[in-house]
Ligand binder design. Structure first.
Ligand code: ZN
Length: 345
């Protein structure tokens, strides 16, 4: 019998029992091979809803991942807040070029008519197209995971990391003003994605938290309260993705209300499980560069099976899939999961 992937995914994310661990990517999935197969390439796929949807769909239909993940950048909200964005190339992601609030929070607001601004209409339209094409309401429905910047990512984009850090240490009121507006911005956008049919949101947001530059007290006093507010006000499951070695902060992050936390291979799965207990599900953590980009399908399978044996709740790359990652290596995720269950029986 065909598994209902959407139901299986939602069970996994809420911590209900599943008969097979889900295998997917909660981080970006656009690769050059998939762009060539679909004719939907970067940079157009960052702003053209049909191309955005076509490339995302290929992550499931061609690369066999058990969810559809879109878009492919972390600049949608930064652009709306006034950052100049370089749209990149076929194999380079968009990046932020300017930081309009580097002097302070003067004139900082959530824009009016936010949902009509920048590339938000394109992402919402892509969501609608994907809802249509993924059999929602049928037995073969596929989960839709929309990626978006979290409040701290927006904050560092509009102010630049060094300013964000200085304020964290020396001007907590200023830091909190930014966090408050960025959180409000994220909540409005997040809920519009759910309204249009996304099943979960993936929020890469912890570059700074995982960098060890930020003292634990800042996480406790100036980030956690906003994360809690975000999780409370967003109308669907939230996945927090943290880049870097976030080991020491995992316990604290798991108390914010995120349904799941996605971790890199730098964090040991066993230690992560220990740190978060059953407060959130763990997603990860196959190395996106060493193994997925430069390794073989056999190497991917070996690492995937280690994750499964360590008790991962959802099997996934530890960070965004590099655009030059071979298709065979992405396909090896689901293959590894299936082999792992066969070997176990
Ligand atoms: Zn990452």
């Amino acid at each position: 019998m065909e598994r209902n992937l959407r139901k299986n995914f939602l069970d996994a994310i809420y911590g209900n029992p599943v008969d097979r661990v889900h295998a997917l990517s909660v981080t970006q999935t656009g690769t050059v091979e998939l762009m060539d197969i679909t004719g939907a390439a970067w940079p157009e796929a960052h702003s053209n809803p049909e191309k955005m949807a076509a490339l995302a769909l290929a992550g499931h239909e061609v690369a066999n991942l058990e969810a559809i993940r879109y878009p492919y950048c972390l600049t949608v909200l930064a652009e709306i807040m006034g950052c100049d964005v370089r749209m990149g190339t076929k194999d380079i992601q968009p990046s932020v070029l300017s930081h309009p609030f580097s002097k302070g929070p003067e004139n900082l607001n959530v824009p009016e008519k936010l949902l009509e601004k920048g590339r938000i209409p394109a992402v919402l339209k892509a969501t609608e197209i994907l809802v249509d094409r993924t059999g929602k309401g049928t037995q073969s429905e596929i989960p839709l995971i929309a990626g978006m910047e979290g409040p701290l990512t927006v904050f560092t984009h509009i102010t630049e990391v060094k300013n964000c850090l200085i304020w964290a240490l020396k001007k907590p009121d200023c830091f909190n003003t930014f966090m408050e507006t960025c959180t409000e911005l994220c909540i409005e956008y997040a809920n519009s994605l759910f309204d249009h049919g996304a099943d979960a949101l993936s929020m890469p947001d912890g570059g700074l938290v995982g960098s060890r530059m930020m003292p634990p007290s800042v996480l406790e006093d100036s980030i956690k309260p906003f994360y809690k507010c975000l999780c409370k006000k967003v109308n669907g499951p939230l996945i927090l993705h943290i880049c870097g070695d976030v080991g020491n902060s995992l316990g604290s992050l798991s108390e914010c209300g995120f349904e799941a936390i996605s971790i890199e291979e730098k964090v040991s799965m066993e230690a992560a499980k220990e740190a978060i207990g059953n407060r959130a599900r763990l997603i990860g953590n196959i190395s996106p560069s060493k193994t997925l980009l430069f390794g073989t399908p056999e190497a991917v399978k070996a690492e995937a099976k280690q994750c499964l044996s360590a008790g991962v709740d959802i099997l996934a790359p530890g960070c965004g899939i590099a655009p030059r990652t071979p298709l065979a290596n992405i396909r090896a995720l689901v293959e590894a999961r299936d082999e792992w269950y066969e070997e176990k029986d």
